[in-house]
Design a protein around this ligand. Sequence first.
Ligand code: ADP
Ligand code: MG
Length: 262
Amino acid sequence: MSRGAVTRDLLIAQARWLKMPGLLRAFEACARQAREEKWTHEEYLYEVLCAEQTSRNDSAVRTRLREARFPELKTLDTFDFRAVEGVSPTEIADLARGDYIARKENVIFAGPIGTGKTHLATALGIEAAKQKRRVLFVRAADLVRSLVEARDQRELGRLTRRLQAVDLLICDELGFVPFDRAGGELLFNALANRYERGSVIVTTNLSFAEWVRVLGSDEKLTTALLDRLAHHATVITTKGKSYRMRRRQPRSMAPTPEAPTD
Ligand code: ADP
Ligand code: MG
């Protein structure tokens, strides 16, 4: 075996042992380029370390995305701002930078079904995950079910800590299913616990006046929750027709062009 081949094998083993997959993938191509372009040793070292850094960053983002449990990976670049009223691209771009998460503020998307609330909430969550923030996406009904189950199994403390540990909790579809009083209280506690401690994004098809229906018709609880959620919140009200319905509209329903007049 040549000296070069021995070194190569040792290097591969060493990179594996040190858990440096980016370096492992890059070192040979970089070495070739380094020879061709006469890089210094320092330049070569810098390039392979950059490859390792990129690889670690990518894998951290992949982990964050997996942990967030998004039902679908809807991103900002597939969102058509012209198709919805009430959503400003600049405002969303501003939110995408994630400063509201650092400030532990909230975002509320309210509006009719199919107007892009879940899409936007997911897209903001993905941006946060790319910034390596811990995100968790849950449907309100699933969250309440998990809370009730955890309470019954005396594991509420653990679930509460898990919910507290994320930087951004996305609670989707608040108001789709009304909860009984106990469920309402559990949800209230889960969301109110995050007040000024961590961000929440809520999507809802209800207007604030209708929120009392959500928390087991408990007006006091609802007012208290709204107070906390909306205190430091950007409220975005989506308007217009359902995006899905619009796309599905058959041609025959489109207005017929006017007959030319002569
Ligand atoms: P909502 O949560 O408000 O009910 P969704 O976000 O689930 O609505 O949107 C319904 C479907 O339409 C999704 O597949 C979503 O990606 C798509 N959609 C909605 N609004 C837009 C838009 N403005 N641009 C691109 N896709 C959209
Ligand atoms: Mg939705």
